[in-house]
Design a protein around this ligand. Sequence first.
Ligand code: SF4
Length: 463
Amino acid sequence: MKFLQEDSLHEECGVIGVYRDEKNAARHAYYGLFALQHRGQESAGIAVNQDGDIEIRKGMGLVADVFNEQALNELQGNIAIGHVRYSTAGDKDVRNAQPLVAKYKKGDIGLAHNGNLVNAENIREILEDNGVIFHSTTDSESILNLIARYSGKGIENGIRNTMSLLKGAYALVITTGDSLIGIRDPHGLRPLCIGKISDGYILASESCALDVMDAEFIRDVEPGEIVIINSEGLKSIEPANMCQKHLCVFEHIYFARPDSVLDGDNVYDFRVNTGRLLARQRKIEADMVMPVPDSGIPAAIGYAKESGIPYGEGLVKNRYIGRTFIQPTQEMRENAVRIKLSPLKKNLEGKRVIMIDDSIVRGTTSKRIVEQIRKAGAKEVHVCITSPPVQYSCYFGIDTPYRKYLIGAQKSVDEICEYLGADSLTYLGLEELREACGYKDQFCCACFDGKYPMEVPINEDDL
Ligand code: SF4
């Protein structure tokens, strides 16, 4: 399912898992979800396991909307899993909020999922043909069903059998019986890391969630790995099938928080580096380098350092507009840029500015921003983008429009520049992106080069 109206790539979801001796695991999960809020603002939930009985609280909105002191006090248990959601598969409905909890032959099971399966429809059809009734429209419920179905001979067996059927992106945290379990898909498309606290362990989509709990970062869950945490400690089950790692490169470019470390890379440093590489790629005469806040900030700093052109702020971001901002018409969506970002006239008047942003999707937002900067008095506006043109849709849980709506797939760079009304447009080259990635062959870059790490069900609108 793709949403065709918005002009940005959207974060997927965020997951957190807490295992500790104390019964207040939910409170830790709550802090972790706050740190992961940027990964999803539509719904939030926490499920707590106490001696095998799972209690859940979830709802629509931000973490702060769903939980209060009383709700947290009612969630008592030493294992907690949590989720913040941005919907890409399944409708915006509280029934699709996670974690999902079910009862099966061996007791209660809870699951939270970040990612998207490419064979979700097939799996669901087979399950439905076998009489399975679904409560949600998410592919995560199919995963939960499969694990329950195959766990007759133990949860490890159930997970392994389920993983052999799943194709696509998944980082999962699961609680069952007395354990917290973390799983990453064999390509490692979505991140998941492990942290240590004095009396237990944390699993989190990003390391920034470990920092708020004062947890020590241990390592990332490896692609295809299953980690099982219980009173005996942490046990790792090696991947059944080894695949090349393909972490989504957009985690580094835009989705992840800059204070996170993903698969060994510091996200902030990566972004500074893309700015430096852009400055080397094309020399531009200008008076000021400015970011489109927030993701453009580290890259603009890197660009300024490399080029010697002063860094300055040209746009002020309204930080109190969430994804819930209502924009029912195209006109309102376009005007929303004005509400979200205001030009700083004093800094822009009479200047030749270089504007640094992370990506261009449909182009409408960038066009509005260029217009605003010009109106505020800038003499020249040079647009620099810290990624190559987005030309292909994502099938792994990132909400991109169909190809026919991707300006990078439909127009040349010169045509896009003209559409934006910019004086010049520079995209980071694919080779420079590889350099920013340290030439590590461990990223999915399919939205730029169309080389998907697995077969994908291409829609005719994406041809
Ligand atoms: S296709 Fe693009 S957005 Fe999707 S996982 Fe690959 S790099 Fe990330």
